[in-house]
Design a protein around this ligand. Structure first.
Ligand code: SF4
Length: 501
């Protein structure tokens, strides 16, 4: 998961990009980068860490230009070194800069092909570099064919070529020197991307693309809606808007954005994340009600389970209490050398308010359960704080399958729901009762439409139905091995930055 943003405006954009990236910071804390374009050349600053750690007044002053793109990174494949920080750029046939959110599951295959075809190397472990190479190589061929005369059609053709080769879920923002701001979304629209417009009288309209609508709203742009699946949008330097559906497949936006990833104040494909989470809680509350338990308080595991817990408490007619306090200041500096230490980390991240916990029967609501380790640590903590009974509810149905479209998840064997029954999971995590959201209820909560409506979701991590790719067992096993190696690498380098637990 990463966050991307691109802006073309009437004044320097570096500050707006910076502010937008802080609004998208929850999508990636490992690295941040900005590239701006000042009419002649690109200006770049990339670094490891949070947006506020990477950019200083001096570097901001160097980011000149009225157009640019930004990226916050959470690694899914590849290491955590600066060489993998985005945006990436190339010089030929025009200066092109790109930033991506998502993942290509055929990245290593493409990397090999690019080396054979173009005799050039994709030097990073970052999929966007492969995307940039394929796009660029199509543009070079088209430029040669047309005596270096550029036409908008070249961009559509380059995008079409890219869609035919890049397999996975991805959203891209980019800037092409002298041509304009570009954005596109994979043919299934798995990863999110919205666009907006800001109008000032007497001046050309300004435009923004961002992973989440919150950045569009807060930077004072008017939300124009989503970039459609398989659509490419170009805002040329005269601010004309060119839009084209290059290749469209059935829409499959990521359901996990609603469960965990996105900010609640964002709209994802026109569905409010806040409202979807409230509906998840409401439906979960109805399910829990049938069990007729003696519950004193309903408590969220902060942050993404708040809405679900609140809505469940209303249905159950039980008080909602914030009984777990999150330390917001841990960040990158919190160094944990191994898995054992990371287990302990939950104790530093969350602390119970003993007065809210002691002698109570608590219903804890979390967004999901991955390996079960975090849930267990939290329940242990509640018991140590004097809880009487601890019931545990997950706003998500059981997670069972890895994601190959840009979200870092464990392998199939590591998901606790693949090893144990619900009863056994309850026992393992130490809960007096365990409730999972039903997949049908999740579908209702996110307004899943079955027929005659494009909005169906990717739910592959829950139901194993991957919208892109023919994943047989052998392929999945091969990728899991690859992912394990990648995780080991991350583990070694990133000193305990959080992976989904
Ligand atoms: S597999 Fe899960 S996390 Fe990945 S895109 Fe699909 S719904 Fe989202």
């Amino acid at each position: 998961m990463c966050g991307i943003i691109g802006i073309i405006a009437n004044q320097p954009v570096a500050q707006d990009l910076y502010d937008g990236m802080t609004l998208l910071q929850h999508r990636g804390q490992d690295a941040a980068g900005i590239m701006t374009y000042s009419g002649q050349r690109f200006h770049e600053k990339k670094g490891l860490g949070l947006v506020k750690e990477v950019f200083r007044s001096r570097s901001m002053a160097r980011l000149k230009g009225n157009a640019g793109i930004g990226h916050v990174r959470y690694p899914t494949i590849g290491g955590v070194g600066i060489e993998n920080a985005q945006p990436f750029s190339c010089q030929m046939p025009y200066g092109i800069a790109m930033a991506q959110n998502g993942n290509l599951f055929n990245f290593y295959e493409l990397k090999k092909q690019i080396a054979e075809e173009d005799l050039c190397n994709v030097s990073s472990e970052c999929d966007v570099e492969a995307i940039l190479h394929i796009f660029r190589s199509s543009l070079i061929k088209l430029a040669h064919k047309n005596k270096n005369q550029f036409a908008m059609d070249h961009l559509w053709k380059a995008c079409k070529k890219l869609f035919s080769r890049a397999r996975g879920g991805y959203s891209i923002v980019g800037y092409i020197g002298g041509k304009g701001l570009i954005a596109f979304r994979d043919p299934h629209g798995i990863r999110p991307l919205v666009m907006g417009k800001r109008s000032t009288e007497g001046k050309p309209d300004e435009y923004i693309f961002a992973s989440e609508s919150v950045a569009v709203d807060i930077l004072g742009f008017e939300l124009m809606g989503d970039v459609a699946p398989g659509e490419m949008v170009v805002i040329d330097e005269d601010r004309n808007v060119h839009r084209k559906i290059i290749h469209q497949e059935p829409h499959r936006p990521c359901v996990f954005e609603h469960i965990y990833l996105a900010r609640p104040d964002s709209l994802m494909d026109n569905i409010s994340v806040h409202k979807a989470r409230m509906r998840m809680g409401e439906l979960l509350g109805k399910k829990i009600k049938k069990a007729n338990l003696q519950i004193d308080v309903v408590m969220p595991v902060p942050d993404s389970a708040r809405e679900a817990a609140l809505a469940a408490s209303v249905v159950l007619k039980k008080p909602y209490r914030e009984g777990l306090i999150k330390n917001r200041y841990i960040g990158r500096t919190f160094i944990m050398p191994d898995q054992g230490a990371r287990q302990k980390s939950i104790r530093y991240k969350l602390t119970p308010i003993i007065l809210e916990v002691r002698r109570k029967n608590i219903l804890l609501v979390d967004d999901s359960i991955v390996r079960g380790n975090t849930s267990k640590a939290i329940i242990d903590m509640m018991r140590e704080a004097g809880a009487n009974k601890v019931y545990f509810a997950s706003a998500s149905p059981p997670l069972r399958n890895p994601c190959y479209y840009g979200i870092d998840m464990p392998t199939r064997e590591e998901f606790v729901a693949n090893k144990l029954t619900e009863e056994e999971i309850a026992k393992k995590i130490g809960a007096d009762a365990l409730f999972y959201q039903d997949i049908e209820d999740l579908a209702k909560a996110v307004r899943y439409k079955k027929k005659n409506n494009v909005k169906r979701y990717c739910m592959a991590c829950l139901d194993g139905k991957y919208p892109v790719g023919d994943f047989d067992d052998a392929t999945l096993t091969k990728w899991e091995e690859q992912r394990k190696r990648s995780h080991a690498e991350l583990e070694k380098n990133k000193n305990g930055l959080p992976v989904l637990q």
